[in-house]
Write a protein that binds this ligand. Structure first.
Ligand code: ZN
Length: 154
């Protein structure tokens, strides 16, 4: 990876880690789930508001965690808005592949814009202990969509 790109990615993670977007409780959330990553101590609660068509109308989170888990949750809330449950699941699968391997060969064109926004987190694949920090919010998203209340990185 070029150093410039690495710096840019670092900057995105630090920015979202320090100033997470949609960091609030959604009082009228239709779905909520808690995520726990005991390896690092990251804990978060994810809130989803669904529209009349079942698509995700709003997403927000609260919690405490390292910069990577916070940045990942922040980027998640920005990228899943407007998505159907199926699209959100697909995005979650692709993101987890990206975090674990650094690439996502079967990321089709349909979610390419979202995947590009999540690209800054791809660097975690070089640090296996941090992969769970990056994927915690996405496990929690799947739990919320499936109506489960708890998600663990384990
Ligand atoms: Zn962490």
């Amino acid at each position: 990876m070029f150093d410039d790109l690495r710096d840019l990615y670092q900057e995105v993670i630090l920015d979202h880690g320090r100033k997470p977007r949609n960091f609030r409780r959604l009082e009228d959330a239709d779905r909520t789930a808690r995520g726990d990553n005991p390896m690092c101590g990251d804990r978060l609660e994810l809130y989803l508001k669904l529209g009349p068509d079942g698509a995700i109308a709003d997403a927000a989170f609260q919690g405490r965690g390292c910069a990577i888990s916070t940045a990942s949750a922040s980027l998640l809330t920005e990228t899943v808005k407007g998505k159907t449950a199926a699209q959100a699941h697909a995005l979650s699968d692709r993101f987890r592949e990206l975090a674990m391997t650094g690439t996502c060969p079967d990321c089709g064109a349909d979610l390419s814009e979202e995947m590009e926004r999540l690209q800054p987190l791809s660097g975690v694949h070089e640090f296996p202990s941090r992969v769970k920090c990056a994927t915690l919010a996405w496990h929690t998203l799947n739990a919320a969509l499936e109506g489960a209340k708890e998600a663990s990185s384990e």
